[in-house]
Design a protein around this ligand. Structure first.
Ligand code: N01
Length: 814
């Protein structure tokens, strides 16, 4: 395979303000290019294993008026690579030009090459440049700077006979393929990755190449300028980024083959030999480093983050597309109850700038489009196997790997397993006698058909009155012939007051999105900084003032109603004031007093998740809507013709189960997960879920959960929690690899303390006071344990402290 020949910077190009990093700089091409880059005005960091010849080069460059810093770098040492980039940054700032010109120590001895030397050559020429490229790219992306990388696949110093020739061809091909993959990967981040394959080292060839040196102006990020330590680098060629689901690649980036398989194969080429490279005993397989289960917002960000850290990840997703919750919950009226400007990723400034939400609360189709946009933008699909369920995962202590089995019959081995399975992904289908006999259409809100469901003229029944039903009922009632709602427990619901977003308010948020995100992260639930909780006790204000505050929040709409006073979630009497306010609203809205009474909840407000709605209670004033109380007269059976309760058969053409989820643990326990000594997660959690930080389980090394039980998860803005978890998990994996550790596992003691901590916090509140899914009370037979942790900021602080204390509460295996 021959790499295309790419132009390199011409000496006449002005590279002032750029920082170049040149490996293999002590001789040959590297030496030459370092001088050229310096002559063009770049600050040049020159690297090689030995610094003696670099000092001479630095002296030459300085004599020419340039700036040069030599650093010692053994490309076979991953830690040394990071240290060298640190040193470069300390000398001149973020590296914006990387010239990967790996040398080959002792290459002339190729004809009598030992296995050790082969290893060294591969380390130096493939793994090293790969890790260095990742390290430089990571920092460029973090600093939002454009960059340029050139991989040189010359192995000219080789003896071309026998082993040398074979190595020459293999390594050269792999460098080229790696270059293509990296070009594909980072072109969207304005990092142009090119390669050159000079072939041989003849001096006339060198001259020829130098004469073809051309223009070198990388494209720039949308911000246009980035303030650096020493200077402000301003791009003169800034063009606004295209806003489309498939942003166009920079025309300046190298010609890459967009065939996903080929790009994936590059990693394979580099990694296939990695088992032999890695001398630290870290489990290395030909497969991925990380298996991710799920491709919702958690799985997608895990994939993205792994790539940024140079980890190869592979995800399995049961659905045929990305989006998780928003892929499955397509029921009419489905909408998020966290505002759209907050319910979105914050990890990429360009992403959050370019995406435009249309409404205060985004509807499911828009959120799903956003998920697809993210998958396209970061080219995530190539690492996701869709339509595939993970059935089983088994830990092997000898190799420190998980073997993951799928329903497609595949077995994948990887050192790390990340369960990005979502909190509300296993539907709860009640075991009602006769359910299977129903002759009409049967749907579950949590597993809604992809095709349009037509309610027109039909007799539709809805079982359940939780958040899903509260959203679906008004929409279904609009077109159904008749709608019968089977309610077991009445729900509190507050108006959403959804509306289109104004251009100005979007612009105001985007003007300083980062600060807005940061303010939200400091909120107890990770969102809602625009409407902070009033910490005052409701008893410290007059009745009129209390009412005015509740009315104000009712008018504004949304879940922050519960933030009207600091003690609503803590004190029964305080809670009763808010609860009776909502009850009065129901009585005012529903015209038939008997129906209003049946719709009126009596439990603590907020202990079941508060619903937000659009015209929910008013829907019961419609002639085509009937409310049936199945709390006092439980459903006796489902017949082919409908639902039988209280001795009456309600005839239906369509039955919709809005009966919720086996929340937080359901999906994890449906997978046969076997940890140390074959112990199953099902047994470990027989008395309820037990985790450390909601991230890890004792006895299950290298298994991570995103937003698992014991983490704030469902009591927060899920995307905020997801980002924090994914960053913690991937940083942890990165740390293990960098420090040569094989495994990490929660200690039983830390886990017990954590479970006690989660419960003690919940017990100080009114949350455990009713039959909510937070407690597992909605699923018959499920052990009742309050699963989420209250309070996002202290949780984040604890996670930080655990890391600062060298992963306190974990056993880290060597
Ligand atoms: O499920 P639920 P959901 N016979 O468990 C009833 C998120 N979400 O899908 O209360 C009769 O809340 C059950 O009755 P009861 C959000 O976190 C968010 O609605 O157990 N009825 C209840 O009425 C939410 O909390 C959004 O007595 C039976 C209903 O079914 C979570 O998902 C939108 C029954 C289930 O309510 C779950 O919401 C939608 C039986 N055998 C969902 N079994 C937003 O962001 C159950 N029920 C706005």
């Amino acid at each position: 395979m021959t790499a295309p020949q790419f132009p390199l910077p011409h000496a006449s190009t002005d590279l002032t303000g750029q920082v170049a990093f040149v490996t293999g700089a002590s001789s040959g091409l590297g030496h030459r290019f370092a001088r050229t880059l310096a002559a063009a005005g770049a600050d040049v960091v020159v690297a090689a294993r030995r610094t003696d010849r670099l000092e001479d080069l630095a002296a030459l460059i300085r004599a020419d008026g340039g700036r040069c810093a030599p650093v010692a770098l053994d490309m076979t040492d991953a830690d040394a690579i990071v240290a060298a980039v640190d040193a470069a940054e300390a000398a001149f700032g973020t590296v914006t030009i990387l010239l990967n010109n790996a040398g080959i120590p002792d290459a002339q001895r190729a004809h009598k090459m030992s296995v050790d030397l082969v290893d060294r050559v591969l380390d130096t020429n493939l793994r090293g440049p790969y890790l260095l490229s990742c390290e430089v790219a990571r920092r460029l992306i973090a600093a939002e700077l454009p960059g340029r990388m050139v991989n040189i696949s010359s192995m000219g110093a080789f003896d071309y006979d026998g082993m040398g020739a074979a190595l020459y061809s293999i390594t050269k091909a792999a460098i080229n393929r790696m270059t293509e993959a990296l070009a594909m990967e980072w072109s969207r981040n304005h990092i142009n990755v090119n390669g050159i394959a000079p072939g041989a080292f003849a001096s006339e060839m060198m001259e020829g190449m130098m004469s073809r040196i051309g223009d070198f102006t990388p494209s720039c990020p949308a911000s246009g300028s980035v303030t650096r330590r020493n200077s402000t680098r301003r791009c003169s060629t800034c063009a606004p980024r295209p806003r489309s689901s498939s942003p166009a690649r920079s025309s300046r980036s190298t010609t890459v083959n967009s065939d996903a398989d080929r790009i994936g194969a590059v990693y394979d080429a580099v990694r296939a030999v990695r088992g032999r490279w890695d001398r630290r005993g870290i489990a290395v397989t030909d497969g991925p480093d990380v298996v991710v289960v799920g491709a919702g917002f958690a799985g997608m960000y895990t994939l993205r983050r792994c790539r940024m850290l140079g980890l190869r990840a592979r995800a399995f997703e049961a659905g045929t597309g990305v989006g998780g919750t928003w892929y499955w919950n397509r029921y009419p009226g489905a909408r998020c109850d966290v505002e759209s400007m907050e319910y979105s990723y914050s990890f990429d400034e360009n992403l959050q700038q370019e995406w435009n939400w249309s409404e205060r609360y985004a509807a499911q189709p828009e959120i799903l489009s956003y998920a697809n946009h993210v998958a396209d933008r970061f080219d995530l699909r190539r690492d996701i196997t869709f339509g595939t369920r993970v059935l089983r995962a088994v830990w092997d202590a000898t190799t420190a790997t998980w073997t993951v089995h799928t329903d497609g019959g595949e077995e994948v081995v990887a050192p790390y397993l990340v369960m990005a399975t979502g909190c509300l992904s296993s539907t709860n289908t009640p075991d009602i006698p006769g359910l299977a006999s129903f002759a009409g259409e049967l749907h579950h809100t949590g597993n809604w058909p992809h095709e349009a469901v037509d309610f027109r003229g039909k007799r539709v029944g809805v079982i359940g009155t939780g958040s899903s039903a509260v959203q679906a009922i008004p929409v279904i009632a609009d077109t159904a012939g008749h709608l019968t709602v089977f309610q077991r427990t009445p729900q509190y619901s507050v108006p959403a007051r959804n509306r289109p977003l104004e251009v100005d308010e979007v612009a105001a948020t985007k003007a300083d999105y980062a600060t807005f995100r940061e303010r939200n992260r400091r909120m107890p639930a990770g969102f809602g900084s625009r409407y902070p909780r009033n910490e005052t006790s409701v008893f410290d204000v007059s009745e009129d003032d209390a009412r005015a505050e509740l009315q104000f929040r009712w008018e504004r709409g949304g879940t922050t109603f519960m933030g009207a006073f600091g003690d609503l979630a803590l004190d029964r009497e305080a809670n009763e004031i808010a609860a009776s306010f909502v009850r009065e609203k129901i009585a005012e809205t529903v015209t038939d007093p008997e129906v209003a009474a049946r719709l009126t909840p009596t439990h603590v407000i907020g202990c079941k998740r508060l619903c937000i709605d659009t015209e929910y209670f008013a829907t019961f004033n419609r002639d085509n809507v009937t409310l049936v109380d199945v709390g006092t007269d439980p459903i006796e059976s489902i017949t082919p013709a409908g639902v039988r309760t209280g001795g009456v058969e309600h005839e239906l053409d369509m039955l919709i189960l809005a009966t919720g989820f086996d929340a937080m643990t359901g999906t994890l326990l449906r997978i046969d997960i076997r940890g140390r000594d074959g112990a199953t997660l099902r047994d470990a959690w027989a008395a309820g879920p037990r985790t450390y930080l909601g991230l890890s389980v004792a006895g299950f090394p290298n298994l991570f959960m995103v937003s698992g039980p014991g983490s704030p998860s469902v009591l927060t803005n899920m995307i905020v929690s997801i980002e924090q978890h994914v960053e913690w998990i991937t940083d942890c994996i990165d740390h293990l690899r960098r420090t040569g550790r094989r495994s990490i596992e929660a200690t039983p003691e830390a886990q017990e303390d954590w479970v006690a901590h989660v419960n003690s916090i919940a017990d100080k509140t009114l949350y455990p006071s009713c039959n909510s899914w937070y407690l597992g009370a909605n699923v018959p037979g499920k052990t009742r344990v309050f699963m989420p942790l209250l309070g996002f900021p202290p949780y984040v602080e604890t996670c930080r402290r655990v890391v600062d204390n060298d992963y306190e509460g974990f056993t880290v295996g060597v």
